[in-house]
Write a new protein. Structure first.
Length: 70
């Protein structure tokens, strides 16, 4: 884990993020806002997550399976 990844892991996303419309039918608006903030900043700040925002949105039904799992 490099310094930027560690900083993100410890502090989370920071700064203003324009939240895109919720593409899910399983996350409420509050949950979507927090989820999107994390995936947006991860994909922009951490090179290892480049493209993750688009992947997550395109595969949000698969993400629901992970979300709903124990």
């Amino acid at each position: 884990m490099d310094a930027d990844e560690l900083r993100f892991f410890l502090a989370g996303a920071s700064g203003e993020v324009k939240i895109v419309p919720n593409p899910t039918d399983w996350l409420g608006e509050l949950e979507w806002g927090e989820t999107y903030r994390q995936i947006h900043v991860m994909s922009k700040v951490l090179p290892c997550f480049n493209g993750f925002e688009e992947f997550w949105i395109d595969h949000q039904k698969d993400m629901q399976k992970i979300f709903d799992s124990e």
